[in-house]
Every structure is written in structure tokens, then in C-alpha cells.
Design a binder for this molecule. Structure first.
Ligand code: T1G
Length: 698
């Protein structure tokens, strides 16, 4: 047919094979090839058409790289309607992941066979879209309204066996799919099986309660997102209108979602996450070091979570503590975490026991003599960390990778405590380390390419999303967070309340408001960090006076039952505390601040623009490789809403000139120290360029 679609007669079966690496996306050429194939079959003496794919997967969807460009014919809905209308049997044979437009192609086919290892799904909602080629109309006709709502609103792939139970797949086989599929088509032909057009099937009627339940679950787990509501309307149309009308409505809502900034943001995230895994300047074929075993220094909350991440990935772990008592405490934390995962149904009893079995404890560094990697996770004392790395240098074999889990310390200074700085880097996990997906991989001046490449690949194995950061105080995430928290405290003192500041950010889309985050992390963490800083580095007292007062009163946050909020001992539900509001107003007066009304937009702009402004500095210093990396850090580490694309994408979507104008307004009002615009931002606005253009040309 063309370069990516072939048409071969196997007896009286027309075998149509798609071969468009890496994931057989439905590019224009693939669509054209499939259309030509179905039209050829209509005219030749084939009895049936078998659609197969080469490579690692069946069609994994529309070609996302074509989005935003003028769409070329044939349009997918039309192509799939023509496939379905074929007088010849059309059978789709699925392996890997049949997703989005790929699964819609299978649903438009008359019969579907799948390998038992295959998965099918309609993940468009994760891209801010909806299945726009009949998926919202055909799936309910096969699997029913409730199951289809679940499939399309979650966007989660479904294993072949489950899909068969739902009727979405007709046959599940193992072994050689090509052979089994040909045999299956043979059986269908020999049985004179008629074509089966899904569009002609009726949708089983369900009550309004089913749609209400879907809307309620969307309000909870997809707060602020627009695509899920369009999906519910499409599936409702499938139940209440004829196929053609429903498909017309689906198309209208699909085109609407394509124009939605949320879709642009989520598609940015899709590619940014994949780009983040690539390290600029390191060849992708760099030989990697083998990591079969590892050690963790420190059995506290972070150490325990890190140990579990590796054990859960099949790697044996040696947990080191200073003495048996501390070791027992550390192992007990891990046991509790596994028991909790089993209780919540996240892990089976057997799997938990299997993983736990890979973790052993020791108090002697000699136990680390043969491990391939060690991660130090003790508290943030720079001298203690250097001491530990000197001991690791003596105890570990040549070629072992030595990593520190510090959240902000100088990784180069730690590396200099060893005779092998090339084997040292930062691996900054986020708490709880066995759950949070983000991993900041901190590249030291001496870190060897193969060490960095090894850890980036390893991060996928331990189910983390890794982002490379250069060495600076707080790396990417925590460095940017300082401005965010500073402005949260200033808005509080200047006129807000813990609830108003949190509500502004929560309603804007953050997973949790900044004041509540402070209470969760523990107000004493920031307090201790400030105690260690010289007076002239503390900055504006209005940005820390209130949390200092609370800490000195013993209000440390959730862990002490009181912080900015008071927490119910049973439910841990926060409630506002008038005593705290009085402290805020008292400290404001003491600092000579006249309180005023601060609206939600000002709070959002001050916190997010402070974040992004520092992001620009981090980019121009080369601490982050690309803007998308910063966005991925904030999505996976700090509860930033994916549908806003991350701080850098967000400011780019607003228009850098508007953002700079607002920052300059804040500089006028609040001074240079906090609001001097980043030179890169000023430069891009002056040159009328976008951040994307700057990054692409870098
Ligand atoms: N279009 C273009 N490129 C794609 C792609 C796609 N759909 N899917 C993957 N890639 C690229 C990806 O960028 C990467 O490139 C390489 O393939 C390997 O991907 C009308 C409108 C299939 C489960 O949402 O979920 O159909 O970085 O690293 O971990 O209703 O890719 O190597 O240069 O992710 O093995 C719906 C998206 C589209 C599926 C494989 N489909 N893809 O995961 O590899 S919307 C999706 C995935 C749609 C219709 C609508 C995963 C995967 P590079 P990878 P992986």
C-alpha cells in the first residue's frame, strides 16, 4: 500500500500489516494505507481482511505529533466508518497496547483477537481529549454504559482477559499471534460468519444515577479538568441518540477539546515526560553499569521508602543503621509500610512478603562490600554526609555508584570526600519515597556519563520519573519552592488567612494549598533550616515570623496535632484556629504591615510567578536541561495540576509579556529583592520569543 502499510494475500485472507515504529501511531500515511487496503479488499477476491501490526505493539493511537497541525485526510472517523462498512469480514489482531485511535480501529473492525499479554484502552482523557473516532459510541454498544464510562474516564489500559469479559475482545490467545489470527479468520470464514457492525448494535439503557456517579467521581479525582465532562456527554449521546448523531456530537466535542488549553498542557506533559529521560550530551548507547544489589544508609522515613522502591523492583537491599536498636526501628517502619500496602489492596500478601524478603539489615559497612549502588539517606548534616561518603569510599567495591538523597546540600562537596567523585551523584527522592514518583538526579561536576545514564535507566525500573538537575541549593524543585512559600506567607500576613491562601491555590488546581503543605511537612523543618542560616540570608521577616512563632509554641503541624490548622486526632481533618489568625494579625502589626483584602488571583499570580521566575533563572544557569523538565518536577513532586502543564508551560501559555508585566508590577509594589525579573524572561520578551523557541534552539 505504502511505506508503512502492506497488503499481502494469504490464501483468501487479505493480511494488512502496519509497520510505523515506534508504536504504529495513526499517521496520515498509516490512515491512507489502511483506507487503500480496505478499498482494495472490497474489489479483490479476498474473503476477509486481517489487520496486524509489526513491532512491539498494535496501533497505540493517533499520531500525537500531528496535533496542532492542519489535519490531513483521510480523517480517522471516516476511515473507521469505512472499515466497519466493509462487506468483507475485518478482524483486528492485537498485541502490546491497542490504545486510543488504535483501539477505535479494532472496535470498528467486526471481530477482535488479542494476545493474552495485550492491553486495550482509550487514554485520550490523559491528553485532555476524548476518543474522537467512534470510541465513545462503539464501546458502550459492546461493553455497556457503566463499563465504558469507567474505561474512558480513567484512561487506564485493560488486560486482554478483562477486555474479553467485557466483550471488547472476542478471543484471547497466547504464543504466535499471526498464526492464531489467521486460524481464527479461517474459522470465521468457514463458518460463514456475517460482518458484525458495532454501530448497528443498541446501547443498553441505564438510569441517570450511572451518569451522576460518573460525574461525582470525576469531580473528586479529575477536579478542574474539562475533558471528563465532555466524555460523559458523549456516552450519554451514545445511549440516547442514533449512532450517526452520537458520532456527530462526539466529533463536535472532540474538536472543542482539541482547542482547549488543557489539552495543549497535557500533550506538552506527555512529551516532556519522555524528553526528561534523555540526558543532553550523553550518547543513548552509553554502556550502563549493572545494578543487581544496593545499600541504603539510614533507616528513617526516607531510607525505608527508598529500600522498598528497590526491593519492589526485584533488587536486593542492605539497610545500614548505626546500631541494632535503630536498625530494628528502621525495619519496623518498612514492615508497617508493607502491611499498610496489603491492607489498602495495593500489594498481595505474597508479593509484600517477597519484596520484604529482599531487604536485610546490617550495622557494619562491610556488608556493602559487593553492592552495585549505595544511597545515603541520613539527616541533613553536611559534615555527617561527608564522613559517611569517606567510609563508603573505603568499604565499597570499585565501580559501585555512591548516591546521596540530600534535598539541597552541595553534592560536589560530598563527592570530594571520596577518591572517586566520578562515581558520585545525587538521587533526591520525595516523601513517601516508595510512593512519590519524582526522582531528581543531581549531576555533580565530576559525575561520569555512564553513572548518570545508569541511574536514569534504573529510575524507570524502580517506577520513578527521573529529572536531571545540576548542583545548586535545593536543586530544581526546592529552590523554586522558596519563592512560592515566601509569597504564601507574605499573602497571609498582608491580609489573608490560612484558609484563604490555601483555597486560592486549591481552587486553581494545586493538590494541596501551601499552608497545609507546610503543616504536612512539619513547620520545624523550615525552622531548623532558618536557624542554620546567617541573619543576612533570612530575607523578609514577614515571610517566616508567623511559622517561627508557631514552632516556638510547639505547633509543628500535623505531627503535633496543631500547626496553622488544628487537626482532629481521629480523622486528621484540619480546622481553622482563631488563635493562629490572632497571631498572624499581631505579627503583621508588629512588622508595621497594614492588612488589606487580597483576592485569589493576586495570591495565585504571586505564588506561581515567583515559582516560574526562579524557573527562568534555573534554565539560564543550566541547572535544568529544558523547561519541560521543570514542569515534570512540579507535576510529580509538588502536586502541580497536570492540566495546567507545569509552571513553565503555564506562564508560556499566558504570554511571557503579560507575565513579565505582572512581575514588574509586583516589583514596583514589593521591591527588587523578591521580584527582580529573571534576565532570561526579560530577554525573551524583548526579543518577542517563546520559551519553547529558546529551548529548541539551545
Ligand atoms: N503518537 C506519536 N508518538 C508516540 C505516540 C503517539 N500516539 N505514543 C508514543 N509515541 C512515541 C513517544 O513519544 C516515544 O518517542 C516513543 O513513541 C516511545 O514511547 C482519535 C485522538 C504506547 C504505552 O495516548 O501511552 O488516539 O521519546 O517512551 O513506555 O481517539 O507511549 O522515543 O522519541 O512512551 O513503551 C491515544 C500514548 C492518542 C498512547 C508505549 N494514545 N502512548 O509506552 O514507550 S490520542 C495514547 C503511550 C487518540 C483518537 C485520539 C505509550 C505506550 P521518543 P514511550 P513505552
Amino acid at each position: 500500500m505504502n511505506d508503512v502499510v502492506s497488503y499481502v494475500m494469504d490464501g483468501d485472507i487479505a493480511v494488512v500489516t502496519v509497520n510505523n515504529p515506534p508504536v504504529n501511531a495513526l499517521s496520515q500515511a498509516v490512515r491512507q494505507g489502511l483506507l487503500d487496503a480496505i478499498r482494495q479488499a472490497a474489489d479483490d477476491d479476498s474473503k476477509a481482511v486481517l489487520i496486524l501490526c509489526e513491532g512491539r505493539t498494535f496501533i497505540a493511537g493517533a499520531d500525537i505529533t500531528e496535533f496542532g497541525k492542519p489535519m490531513a485526510e483521510p480523517f480517522l472517523p471516516d476511515l473507521l466508518n469505512e472499515i466497519e462498512a466493509s462487506e468483507k469480514l475485518v478482524v483486528a489482531a492485537i498485541h502490546g497496547t491497542a490504545l486510543g485511535g488504535g483501539f477505535e480501529t479494532a472496535l470498528a473492525s467486526h471481530h477482535r483477537i488479542a494476545l493474552d499479554s495485550a492491553k486495550v484502552g482509550l487514554p485520550e482523557v490523559k491528553l485532555g481529549l476524548l476518543p474522537g473516532a467512534g470510541g465513545t459510541q462503539r464501546a458502550p454498544r459492546i461493553a455497556g454504559v457503566a463499563a465504558s464510562l469507567d474505561l474512558i474516564l480513567s484512561g487506564a489500559p485493560v488486560p486482554a482477559v478483562k477486555a474479553e469479559q467485557l466483550g471488547l475482545v472476542d478471543k484471547v490467545v497466547s504464543g504466535d499471534l499471526g498464526a492464531a489470527a489467521r486460524e481464527y479468520v479461517r474459522e470465521l470464514i468457514d463458518a460463514d460468519t456475517p460482518v458484525r457492525r458495532t454501530s448497528e448494535q443498541a446501547v443498553e439503557l441505564v438510569g441517570e444515577d450511572v451518569f451522576d456517579a460518573a460525574a461525582a467521581s470525576v469531580a473528586k479525582r479529575a477536579r478542574g479538568q474539562t475533558a471528563p465532562h465532555r466524555i460523559i456527554e458523549c456516552v450519554r449521546a451514545a445511549m440516547t441518540t442514533p449512532f450517526a448523531e452520537g458520532q456527530k456530537r462526539e466529533r463536535e466535542l472532540f474538536m472543542e477539546s482539541m482547542q482547549d488549553p488543557q489539552a495543549k498542557a497535557l500533550q506538552h506533559v506527555f512529551f516532556a515526560e519522555r524528553e526528561a529521560a534523555k540526558v543532553v550530551g550523553i550518547d543513548k548507547d552509553t554502556p550502563l553499569r549493572d545494578i543487581k544489589s544496593m545499600g541504603v544508609i539510614g533507616g528513617g522515613t526516607m531510607g525505608g521508602g527508598i529500600a522498598m522502591s528497590f526491593a519492589n523492583a526485584g533488587i536486593s537491599v542492605t539497610l545500614i543503621e548505626i546500631n541494632d536498636e535503630a536498625l530494628d526501628r528502621g525495619l519496623a517502619i518498612i514492615d508497617r509500610n508493607y502491611a499498610g500496602s496489603v491492607k489498602r489492596g495495593k500489594l498481595s500478601e505474597d508479593k509484600a512478603a517477597d519484596c520484604r524478603g529482599r531487604i536485610t539489615g546490617a550495622t557494619d559497612y562491610a556488608a556493602l562490600a559487593d553492592v552495585d549502588l549505595v544511597i545515603e539517606a541520613v539527616f541533613e548534616d553536611p559534615e555527617l554526609k561527608k564522613e559517611i561518603f569517606a567510609k563508603l569510599d573505603a568499604a565499597c567495591k570499585p565501580g559501585a555508584i555512591l548516591a546521596t538523597n540530600t534535598s539541597y546540600q552541595d553534592v560536589d562537596a560530598i563527592a570530594a570526600a571520596t577518591g572517586r567523585p566520578q562515581d558520585v551523584l545525587g538521587m533526591h527522592f520525595f516523601s513517601p519515597a516508595h510512593i512519590m514518583k519524582l526522582l531528581e538526579v543531581v549531576r555533580g561536576d565530576e559525575t561520569a556519563d555512564d553513572v548518570l545514564a545508569t541511574v536514569m535507566k534504573l529510575s524507570k525500573k524502580i517506577r520513578k520519573v527521573a529529572v536531571v538537575s545540576g548542583v545548586c541549593y535545593g536543586f530544581i524543585g526546592n529552590r523554586m519552592l522558596q519563592g512560592y512559600f515566601r509569597e504564601a506567607q507574605l499573602c497571609l500576613v498582608e491580609g489573608g488567612s490560612p484558609e484563604s491562601v490555601d483555597k486560592a491555590m486549591f481552587d486553581w488546581g494545586m493538590a494541596m494549598g501551601p499552608i497545609s503543605v507546610g503543616d504536612l511537612a512539619g513547620l520545624d523543618v523550615g525552622y531548623k533550616a532558618r536557624q542554620a542560616l546567617p541573619q543576612d540570608e533570612l530575607g523578609d521577616p514577614a515571610a517566616y515570623r508567623v511559622p517561627d512563632v508557631l514552632v516556638e509554641m510547639g505547633r509543628l503541624g500535623q505531627k503535633s496535632g496543631k500547626g496553622f490548622y488544628t487537626y482532629d486526632p481521629e480523622t486528621r481533618r484540619p480546622s481553622p484556629d482563631p488563635e493562629v489568625q490572632a497571631i498572624i494579625e499581631r505579627e503583621a502589626a508588629a512588622l508595621g504591615i497594614e492588612r488589606r483584602d487580597i483576592d485569589a488571583q493576586e495570591i495565585v499570580d504571586r505564588l506561581i510567578f515567583a515559582l516560574a521566575n526562579e524557573g527562568f533563572r534555573i534554565l539560564e544557569e543550566g541547572i535544568a536541561q529544558r523547561p519541560g523538565d521543570i514542569d515534570i518536577v512540579y507535576l510529580y513532586g509538588y502536586g502541580f495540576p497536570a492540566w495546567r502543564g507545569g509552571p513553565m508551560h503555564y506562564v508560556e501559555s499566558l504570554g511571557l509579556d503579560k507575565v513579565l508585566a505582572r512581575i514588574e508590577e509586583f516589583r514596583e509594589r514589593f521591591g527588587d529583592e523578591n521580584w527582580a525579573p529573571a534576565p532570561l524572561l526579560e530577554k525573551l520578551v524583548a526579543e518577542g520569543r517563546s520559551l519553547k523557541d529558546w529551548a529548541d534552539r539551545k
